[in-house]
Design a protein around this ligand. Structure first.
Ligand code: UDX
Length: 467
C-alpha cells in the first residue's frame, strides 16, 4: 500500500494569498505524511516570498514527500498593473492557467509520477477545468466555513433573496444558520467592493460537479447541521479540520510570506499567564490612520499588555501602516509590535488571554480551537459571517461596534477599552472562557475522530480511483 501511495502524485494549487496558502499547505503536509508524493503550487511571485518553502524545495514527511513548484502569471510582483485587481485576476486566469497546465504536463517528463489528483481552492476555479481537460480527478478544499459556503451557494442558485445596499434592514434566514443581518452577510454579495473577486468566488459553484468531493477546513462537531443540509442540496461536504491541528507534527515547513519574529514567543514567556491581548488582522486587511489611532489609544487606556502584528502589504497596493506619534514611547515595556509571528504558537501560549481579530476563517478556526476568547473586528468578505458565528453561535467573545466620528465609522478608543474589559474581566468573561474551552475540546475530539476518519476516507478514494 505504501509503495502504491508513493507512486501517486497529488498536486495542490492555491490562490496566491496567505489565507489560502495556509490551509492548502496544511492539507499538503497531511497527505505527504500518509505516503503520497505531494506538490504544492501557487504563483511564482508569491511562491518566492515563501522563503522557508522555497529554501526547502522538497522535504520527506513520514513515508511521503512534499515539494514546491510554482507557475507564472507573467507579471512581476512590482508590475504596476498588478494593483488593478480585475486585470490581475484576468492575467491569472489566462497566462497563469496556461503556465499551470504546462506545470502539470511536465511532471512525468521530469521523472516523477504523472499527477493523479489535483486539489484546488475557491479562488482558482479554473484549476478544476484544467483537471477536467487533462482527465485528472479533482477535489476542492473550501478554505472558509461551511456556513459561508451555504450563503454563496444559496445566492448563486437564487435559493434566497439577498438585500441590496438600500435594504439594510432586511435579514436573511437560511437553513441551520442564525438569522443574518446586512452586516453579517459576506459583503461580496451586498456592497460588492471587489466585483472581480465576487465573480471568481461564485464561478466556483458553476463547476462543482467536476470535482469528486468538496473538503472543508471545518469539523463536524462545529457545523454538523450546515454540513448535512449542504451535502443534501449541493455536493457531499467532507469536513477535515481544523487542519492546523491535524498537521501540527507533520512537518515544520511554513508557508509564511513574511518573516515571522520568533522573539515574541520569548517575550510571551516573560508575561503572566492569561494577561496578554494578541492583535492581528490577517494578511490583507489594513486599517485607516484614524482607526489605528483609536485602537492604539484604547489599548493604552486599557493597560493590558499586548502583542500586535502590523505587516507591510505584500504587493504594491498599500504602504506600511504608521502607528501614531508617541505610541512607541508610551507603549515601552507594555507590549510588542511585530511584522509577523507564528500565530498558531502565539495562540497556544498560556500568556495570551484574548485575540482581537479581523475574523478571517483561518484566524477564527485557530483561536476557536485553541480555546482563546475573541474580540471581533471584521472588515469585509466572509469575516462578517465568521464574526457572527464566533460571537452569536459559538459564544466565544464580543464584537466591537463602530460609531460615526467626523463623518467616518470607526471603533472608538472607549469601545476598544470596553471590549477588552468585557472579554477578560467583565460579567460574561467566565462564560466566554468556558465556551472557548468547550470548542477547543470539541476540536481535539474531531482531530482524533471525525476529521481523521474523513481524511482516511479521502485517501482511500484517491487510491481507489487509481485501481
Ligand atoms: C482571507 C480571508 O479573510 C479569510 O477569511 C479567507 O478564508 C482567506 O482569505 P486573511 O485575511 O489573510 O484571509 O486571514 P486568515 O484567514 O485569518 O488567514 C491568515 C493566516 O495567516 C492565518 O493562518 C494565521 O495563522 C496566519 N498569520 C497571521 C500568521 O501566521 N502570523 C501572523 O502574524 C498573522
Amino acid at each position: 500500500m505504501e509503495s502504491k501511495k508513493s507512486n501517486l502524485h497529488v498536486l495542490l494549487v492555491s490562490f496566491p494569498a496567505q489565507g489560502h496558502i495556509n490551509p492548502l499547505l496544511r492539507l499538503a503536509k497531511c497527505l505527504a505524511s500518509k505516503g503520497f508524493l505531494v506538490t504544492f503550487s501557487t504563483t511564482e511571485t508569491i511562491g518566492h516570498l515563501m522563503k522557508e518553502a522555497t529554501n526547502a524545495k522538497s522535504c520527506k514527511i513520514g513515508h511521503g514527500e512534499l515539494r514546491f513548484e510554482f507557475f507564472s502569471e507573467g507579471w512581476e510582483i512590482n508590475e504596476p498593473q498588478r494593483a488593478n485587481l480585475g486585470a490581475w485576476i484576468h492575467q491569472l486566469e489566462t497566462v497563469g492557467r496556461e503556465s499551470f497546465t504546462a506545470l502539470v504536463n511536465r511532471q512525468s517528463q521530469m521523472g516523477r509520477p504523472s499527477v493523479s489528483c489535483i486539489i484546488n481552492n475557491p479562488f482558482v476555479p479554473w484549476a478544476t477545468d484544467v483537471a477536467a481537460e487533462l482527465g485528472i480527478p479533482c477535489a476542492v478544499l473550501w478554505v472558509q466555513s461551511c456556513a459561508v459556503y451555504s450563503i454563496y451557494y444559496h445566492f448563486q442558485h437564487q435559493l434566497a433573496t439577498f438585500p441590496n445596499p438600500d435594504q439594510r434592514d432586511m435579514t436573511i434566514n437560511l437553513p441551520s444558520l442564525p438569522s443574518q443581518e446586512f452586516d453579517d452577510i459576506p459583503d461580496f454579495l451586498t456592497l460588492n467592493p471587489y466585483d472581480s473577486l465576487r465573480k471568481v468566488i461564485l464561478s466556483q459553484f458553476e463547476n462543482l460537479d467536476k470535482s469528486f468531493c468538496v473538503l472543508v477546513d471545518s469539523f463536524e462537531e462545529l457545523e454538523r447541521e450546515t454540513i448535512e443540509v449542504m451535502s443534501r442540496i449541493s455536493a457531499p461536504i467532507i469536513p477535515i479540520g481544523p487542519l492546523f491541528k491535524s498537521t501540527n507534527d507533520a512537518s515544520s515547513v511554513r508557508g509564511d510570506i513574511w518573516k515571522a519574529t520568533d522573539d515574541c514567543l520569548q517575550w510571551l514567556d516573560s508575561q503572566s499567564p492569561n494577561s496578554v491581548i494578541y492583535i492581528s488582522f490577517g494578511s490583507v486587511v489594513s486599517l485607516s490612520k484614524e482607526q489605528l489611532e483609536e485602537l492604539s489609544a484604547g489599548l493604552l487606556k486599557s493597560g493590558t499588555p499586548f502583542l500586535w502584528v502590523l505587516k507591510t502589504p505584500p504587493i504594491n497596493v498599500g504602504s506600511k501602516p504608521e502607528l501614531p506619534d508617541g505610541f512607541k514611547e508610551e507603549a515601552e515595556g507594555k507590549g510588542m509590535v511585530v511584522e509577523w509571528c507564528p500565530q498558531e504558537q502565539v495562540l497556544a501560549h498560556s500568556a495570551v488571554s484574548c485575540f482581537l481579530t479581523h475574523c478571517g476563517w483561518n484566524s477564527s478556526m485557530e483561536c476557536l480551537t485553541s480555546g482563546v476568547p475573541v474580540i471581533a473586528f471584521p472588515q469585509w468578505g466572509d469575516q462578517n459571517t465568521n464574526a457572527k458565528l464566533l460571537i452569536d453561535a459559538y459564544g466565544v467573545g464580543v464584537r466591537m461596534k463602530k460609531t460615526q466620528k467626523d463623518g467616518t465609522a470607526v471603533v472608538t478608543r472607549d469601545e476598544v477599552e470596553r471590549c477588552i474589559f468585557e472579554v477578560t474581566k467583565g460579567a460574561r468573561a467566565e462564560e466566554i472562557k468556558k465556551n472557548a474551552r468547550k470548542w477547543k475540546e470539541a476540536a481535539e475530539v474531531a482531530v482524533a475522530g471525525s476529521s481523521h476518519r474523513n481524511i482516511e476516507l479521502f485517501v482511500a478514494d484517491i487510491l481507489r480511483m487509481h485501481g
